[in-house]
Design a protein around this ligand. Structure first.
Ligand code: ARG
Length: 419
């Protein structure tokens, strides 16, 4: 093998991988650093890669692409895995894979490599994305091949002059980007232990004492303004991370079902994501008709699962993305959120496309709803069930009786066991 493009983070594993890959495959290593807003010193990390022995180290600022092509679709799809995880890490992986493939093609490399272990979701996301975008590229995951423990990896690093001091003291595994932070390992592996305060970086405690109101303005589903001031979406995310983070908004403690069959405990902090997803859903609630809302919710779950499972570049994901887009034409307006003590509550919403009609909804005077038409509607609405019940009266009654019997039996057994 001549050339391998490695997704390089500057951490222990990918640093060890530079040397390990070069030796094992007798290849030139091109380290690729992708800025997705992780807030680390990537220029220093690039130097480190070269110092360790990478033939070349490339740093790409991919934050705009991340926002436009990954976060925006995620917002329009209200993407959350298992009702908890806003897919922070999961969204960045297909983008990094795409850039790995781009650089591999540009550099005429034989393979791409990443630092994921065999236990996580990220390996799936890197591998599947790469296979989809460039089926002939080889994929190497050193951590699936070597048998280093953390200790022996540090030993190997020391022996080979790879700096380890920063990675040494961190007891957690952390992945961060613009959309939030994922934190696992250490004491967090005990599902009963409350996460210690020192794991958090974006969310503050003690919380700001006064509640704060913020208005988020969306146009066709895309957040464009905070408190009536326009910003590029990337700035909106960074501002909201600060604003909502100060109120402790966006902490998530989740026992998560990984694709590889493991349940894992992961802590997330994602203040901006929490606010934007909450506000976006509220605006959809105002502007989308019932059946579309209900159907979209099912599609949102599918979209989130596909994202989590590494199928970002699959045809279904693309189709769902265009479905989501077509639903957003009228999702325009302002949502007022109250940030307080770790919560983000929607307390107001307005839109030129609002479907909320006070004259229809009101119980006060000015009621425009046609009460008489309700009776006929309900007769027809229930006709189907009523017809069935009339035809099957006997069986229906018998079924009811059995059910009751069941309940009696249960209470008898209960009564006995109490005695
Ligand atoms: N569980 C999350 C996912 O599969 C995050 C994975 C990375 N987490 C970490 N702490 N390094 O998307």
């Amino acid at each position: 093998m001549k050339k391998i493009v490695l997704a390089y983070s500057g951490g222990l594993d990918t640093s060890v991988a530079v040397k390990w890959l070069a030796d094992k495959y007798n290849a030139q290593i091109i380290a690729l650093l992708v800025d997705v807003g992780q807030g680390e010193d990537l220029v220093a990390a690039r130097e480190k890669a070269c110092q360790i022995g990478a033939a070349k180290a490339i740093l790409i600022d991919a934050r705009k692409e991340f926002v436009n092509d990954y976060i925006i679709p995620a917002v329009t799809a209200n993407a959350v895995y298992e009702d908890a995880y806003p897919l922070t890490t999961a969204l960045s992986r297909p983008l990094i894979a795409k850039l790995l493939v781009d650089i591999a093609q540009q550099e005429n490399a034989d393979a791409i490599a990443h630092g994921c272990t065999g236990k996580g979701n990220d390996q799936v996301r890197f591998d599947v994305s790469t296979r989809t975008l460039a089926p002939s590229l080889k994929i190497i995951a050193p951590a699936r091949e070597w048998d280093f423990t953390r200790e022996t990896a540090i030993e190997y690093a020391k022996k080979n002059g790879i700096p380890t001091e920063i990675t040494h003291k961190k007891p957690y595994s952390i992945d961060a980007n613009l959309w939030g932070r994922s934190i696992e390992c250490g004491v967090l592996e005990d599902a009963w232990v409350e996460p210690p305060e020192d794991i958090y970086e974006l969310t503050a405690k003690p919380y700001a004492s006064e509640a704060e109101y913020i208005d988020v303005y969306f146009e066709e589903g895309i957040p464009l303004k905070i408190n009536d001031k326009g910003y590029p979406f990337m700035d909106i995310i960074m501002r909201l991370n600060k604003l909502a983070g100060a109120h402790g908004v966006g902490r998530i403690d989740h026992i998560e079902n990984r694709l590889v069959g493991i349940k894992s405990r992961e802590i997330y902090e994602a203040p901006a994501a929490q606010v934007l997803l909450t506000a976006h859903k509220a605006l959809e609630g105002l502007t989308l008709p019932r059946e579309l809302l209900h159907f979209k919710k099912m599609m949102e779950q599918k979209f989130s699962e596909l994202t989590y499972y590494g199928l970002w570049f699959s045809p279904l994901q693309k189709a769902l993305q265009s479905f989501m887009e077509t639903t957003q034409k009228t999702v325009t307006g302002n949502v007022r959120c109250k940030l307080h003590q770790g919560t983000c509550m929607v307390v107001g919403r307005k839109s030129p496309f609002s479907l909320y009609d006070k004259a229809l909804a009101t119980y006060d005077k000015g009621d425009a709803f046609d009460h008489k038409s309700a009776e006929g509607f309900i007769k027809l609405w229930g006709l189907d069930s009523q017809t069935f019940a009339e035809v099957n009266m006997d069986k229906y009654r018998a079924g009811q009786k059995n059910n009751n019997k069941g309940i009696e039996n249960v209470s008898e057994t209960l009564a006995k066991s109490v005695k």
